[in-house]
Design a protein around this ligand. Structure first.
Ligand SMILES: Cc1cc2nc3c(=O)[nH]c(=O)nc-3n(C[C@H](O)[C@H](O)[C@H](O)COP(=O)(O)OP(=O)(O)OC[C@H]3O[C@@H](n4cnc5c(N)ncnc54)[C@H](O)[C@@H]3O)c2cc1C
Length: 490
């Protein structure tokens, strides 16, 4: 039996993709090497764009209101004011990775996607029709054939290597010692983040009862493989800050570095890469889990369309043309942030300049858009400026009545929002009613000022087309066909 899609890896990326494919009714399967769900949380939370995407699928409610949210953010440790972020979720949700995986795992299973834990992919061959995976489970091995495979198998992706997808990048220049501890005294202002002449120090609660200590000593050997012990972390904090921290009961001790890597291609034949398998960078500002989840939401509906046989030509290619630049942006912005911190004796003037620039609202919003990914735009040159931007409540449009816009996207279908009060070409949109729902909505901001008649929205919540009174005949039809295939001729 040939599976339509095999997802390798049940981290946040693979599980989000499983949810997206399950929502579209695709018979996917997830293969995960570890016999059990991981207990350790690397990522400590997710940013505004991921919150919006989860809300679009009805998954944000699993986190809010119980999970704490942060109204603060930073770029190279310069505070960013989240009040300048438009949209319904101007905050970071402090949900540890383990919790995110739990929520996505449950949802994927509810949607009928099996997650085979303890199944490791050890081989891969592909031809023009399918991909054959060699899978090891305990002492057994078996073959699994799928029409498409998505490598969501993390930073040391075996699957991309087997598929011949190479990566380019930069070697490490700094390394950070990390200790997650449960023995600490919160009363003693431990929770902090700061730049010091000799390095960088952060102490952050990753989840109730767990404090993460991160210490980076500038000039230390970035390629060191000396074992990380609690003592070595405490010593490093002393050298960097001069302070003596009292922590004990380490849960996890490890080293991270700023080696940066981006896949040269996000696709090789029938194999795609997503998440850390496609991009790896220093976890500055915690953007990695977000980028993987956003890859999954971008790819899910397109791959589903391909499997269901209605994908317009080149739809699947837009995964790489849209998400590889997004991966590049994250790699670049994390490197830029480090370059604004190291070496400390040279970055002072640069930081002074940025302090001044951040007073300009456009600069501030641009950086917020980068680190939260709300600024991600998938438009092409010559498109209307709103094309490719995200559609969320209060940005471009607001749903009529009490229903938030996010609720309209929960089915995973496209949307045509009639913002005209009755003059938009809803008849044309109705010819795609099998894939695109039409709803009335109210224009907001520029959309109201520019008298936009309607917006066509993709299943991932990005605007595909903007209808205006100046449109030439047939442009809406062309846009619908470009993103949603043939009209229903019944
Ligand atoms: C110290 C540290 C702090 C971080 N902090 C943050 C943060 O604050 N915010 C943030 O967004 N990100 C952070 N990250 C990064 C974040 O953890 C990753 O981006 C995220 O886990 C990537 O998700 P993924 O699903 O792409 O890959 P992974 O989570 O790595 O999942 C890959 C899965 O594939 C499985 N697998 C691997 N090989 C195979 C195989 N051959 N067959 C079957 N299964 C396989 C693995 O067991 C694993 O479960 C941090 C990382 C580190 C190291």
């Amino acid at each position: 039996m040939t599976r339509p899609v095999a997802i390798v890896g049940a981290g946040p990326t693979g599980l989000m993709l499983a949810c997206e494919l399950g929502l579209q009714g695709i018979g996917a399967v997830v293969l995960e090497r570890s016999p059990e769900q991981g207990r350790h949380s690397y990522a400590m939370g997710f940013h505004a764009r991921t919150a919006e995407l989860l809300d679009q699928r009805g998954l944000l409610d699993a986190f809010l209101p119980e999970t704490p949210t942060w109204r603060g953010n930073h770029f190279a440790l310069f505070p960013l004011d989240m009040d300048q972020l438009d949209g319904p979720q101007p905050f970071t949700v402090a949900a540890p990775q383990r919790r995110v995986e739990q929520v996505l795992d449950e949802r994927a299973r509810e949607l009928g996607v099996p997650i085979r834990r303890g199944h490791e992919v050890v081989g891969l061959t592909q031809d023009t029709d399918s991909v054959r995976l060699r899978v090891r489970s305990g002492s057994e091995e078996y073959d699994l054939t799928a029409s498409y495979v998505v490598a969501c198998d993390g930073g040391r992706s075996t699957v991309s290597e087997l598929a011949g997808i190479s990566s380019g990048g930069t070697p490490p220049t700094v390394s950070t010692l990390v200790a997650d501890v449960t023995g600490f005294d919160t009363e003693r202002d431990l929770v902090s983040m700061g730049l010091h002449p000799r390095g960088q120090f952060a102490a952050i609660m990753t989840e109730p009862g767990v404090l993460r200590i991160m210490a980076t000593e500038f000039g230390a050997d970035p390629a060191s493989d000396a074992p990380v012990t609690l003592e070595s972390v405490i010593d490093c904090v002393r050298r960097v800050t001069g302070a003596e921290i009292k922590v004990s009961e380490p849960r996890a001790l490890y080293r991270i570095d700023d080696a940066t890597r981006l896949a040269e291609s996000y696709r090789s034949g029938r194999v795609f890469v997503a998440g850390d398998a496609a991009h790896a960078h220093y976890p500055m500002g915690g953007q990695a889990m977000d980028t993987g989840i956003q890859d999954a939401v971008n790819l899910g509906w397109k791959l589903a369309a391909q499997v269901q046989g209605w994908a317009p030509p080149e739809l699947l290619d837009t995964y790489e043309s849209e998400r590889r630049p997004a991966g590049q942006r994250v790699c670049d912005n994390t490197r830029a942030q480090l370059a604004l911190m190291v070496p400390p004796e040279r970055v002072g003037p640069l930081r002074e300049v940025l302090t001044g620039l951040l007073e300009l609202p456009d600069v501030h919003r641009h950086l917020l858009g980068l680190v939260t990914a709300v600024g991600t735009r998938y438009g092409r040159d010559g498109d209307h400026p709103l094309v490719g931007t995200r559609l969320v409540d209060g940005v471009v449009a607001r749903a009529e009545g009490d229903t938030p816009l996010a609720h309209l996207t929960r089915s995973g279908r496209g949307l045509y929002l009639d913002l005209s009060g009755g003059t938009a070409d809803t008849e044309t949109a109705a010819r795609w009613a099998h894939r695109v729902e039409t709803h009335a909505a109210e224009p907001v901001g520029d959309a109201a000022a520019d008298k936009i008649l309607g917006v066509l929205v993709r299943p991932d919540g990005h605007i595909a087309h903007v209808s205006t009174a100046e449109d030439a005949p047939g442009v809406l039809e062309t846009a619908l066909a470009r993103w949603f295939g043939q009209a229903d001729h019944r």
